[in-house]
Design a protein around this ligand. Sequence first.
Ligand SMILES: [Fe+2]
Length: 73
Amino acid sequence: MPDESMMSRKDFNHKEFKNLVKEAIADELSAVAMYVQMANMVKNPVLRAIIFSIAGDEYNHARTWMTILEQEF
Ligand SMILES: [Fe+2]
């Protein structure tokens, strides 16, 4: 059985990790917003599609982080 100092360090790391995951989610969603805005600034339909696709990738990263946040770690 770990002593109390080990337990509190583990809890701190757990909270810290959770906070970093939440930050990662916010960053991914900010990137989605930025790329959608950029896509809407471009007239070339191929470039627009590529940039929207990048936005989709970032959205999926956010979803992956959300799934990680729901796990036991
Ligand atoms: Fe990303």
